[in-house]
Design a binder for this molecule. Structure first.
Ligand code: ATP
Length: 339
């Protein structure tokens, strides 16, 4: 199902939380709403769900081109998963997943055999086939979130809304679950909106990312485009570490933002190119496939550089040495815009 919202604004008192938001999500897409805390992600999700009413004068929320503004929440067929597990503690996994099916009006309620079959299929889908009889307290956080997802899917929602579903889990489990979610989505193709403040999570999981800042969408594009062609300094800065260089714009008074891995270190001036600058190696941080090298320029600016471990070994850098560095790519912006 497609979701389209047009010109949505939302205020609480004098606080404008969402400002004239337009967004179109294609059928079967997984879209991430990415932004810092307070940028309005959850509010936007709640407006789409119909839990929250947009301000007067806002445009419609359309599901498959039909205005759902006046459709009851219960009839919109939305599956929800929130950050904090909302499983029923006194029900086992099986009963939790079956809950929505059993709660249907008698006319629509499937028979007991059908419920069993459906729950089993969902248990297999979330790879917890052998845990049907366990209670939520006997599951890990990641397993509980998978059950919450299966419970949301049981009633065959037309849309899945996930609000920081992995937010309360540790980094390793989060990484595992986001890969799992991507595979699950590739299997079931239900139109999904995923709220997160984690850049890596948004880029890895989604088909398209809507980057939010102070109640507006700054960019809406596939992950690669958002990363490689950030529409604004905000997007560039939010998506990863960066260095800020002053006065390097073509007009002379610009600023350039450069990722640490887009800086190349050279031992000799000739190979470094005409724009290379000198830097003193002030710190070396090891760990994993990338080495973090901190340089200090003649004007005492710190420059963060990331090189792969093999490159680092080839360069054989030592703290206290002076090297040349050059920018591989840079994003130039008007100065006032960046600061
Ligand atoms: N019911 C409410 N009444 C007043 N202000 C609210 C209400 N709900 C949210 N806000 C405010 O709206 C702003 C956006 O909140 P929202 O939860 O949408 O942000 P978010 O991007 O999801 O942030 P987070 O990642 O921290 O959850 C915040 O400043 C918040 O304090």
């Amino acid at each position: 199902m497609t979701i389209e919202i047009r010109n949505i604004s939302k205020s609480y008192g004098d606080n404008k939380i969402l400002q004239n938001i337009d967004l179109k999500i294609e059928s079967g897409e997984l879209v991430a709403l990415l932004g810092p805390s307070g940028s309005g992600k959850t509010t936007l999700l709640r407006v789409i769900a119909g839990i929250e009413q947009a301000d007067e004068g806002s445009g419609p929320v359309l599901f498959d081109d039909v205005d759902v503004s006046d459709v009851d929440l219960g009839k919109r067929r939305i599956g929800f998963v929130f950050q904090h597990y909302a499983l029923f503690k006194h029900m086992n996994v099986f009963e939790n997943i079956a809950f929505g099916l059993r709660a249907k009006p008698r006319r629509e309620r499937p028979g007991e055999a059908q419920i069993r079959e459906k729950v089993q299929t969902l248990l297999d889908l979330i790879q917890l086939g052998n845990m049907a009889q366990r209670y939520p307290s006997q599951l890990s956080g990641g397993q509980r979130q998978r059950v919450a997802l299966a419970r949301a899917l049981a009633v065959e929602p037309r849309v899945l809304l996930l609000d920081e579903p992995f937010g309360a889990l540790d980094a390793t489990v989060r990484r595992e679950l986001r890969r799992w979610l991507r595979r699950l989505h590739d299997t079931i193709h239900v139109t999904t909106i995923f709220v997160t403040h984690d850049q890596e999570e948004a880029l890895e999981v989604s088909d398209r990312v809507a980057v939010m800042n102070a109640g507006r969408i700054e960019q809406y594009a596939p992950p690669q485009e958002v990363y490689e062609k950030p529409a604004s300094p905000f997007v560039f800065k939010f998506l990863g570490n960066y260095n800020l260089f002053h006065g390097r714009g073509q007009s002379g008074d610009g600023a350039a933002l450069v990722r640490p891995h887009d800086i190349v270190i050279h031992r000799d001036r000739d190979s470094a190119g005409p724009d290379a600058r000198l830097g003193l190696v002030s710190h070396i941080g090891f760990g994993g496939p990338v080495v973090k090298v901190e340089l200090e320029t003649e004007d005492k600016t710190h420059v963060d550089v990331e090189v792969t471990t093999p490159t680092f070994n080839d360069l054989a850098l030592k703290r206290g040495e002076t090297v040349w560095f050059a920018l591989r790519t840079q994003q130039e912006y008007e100065y006032d815009f960046v600061i």
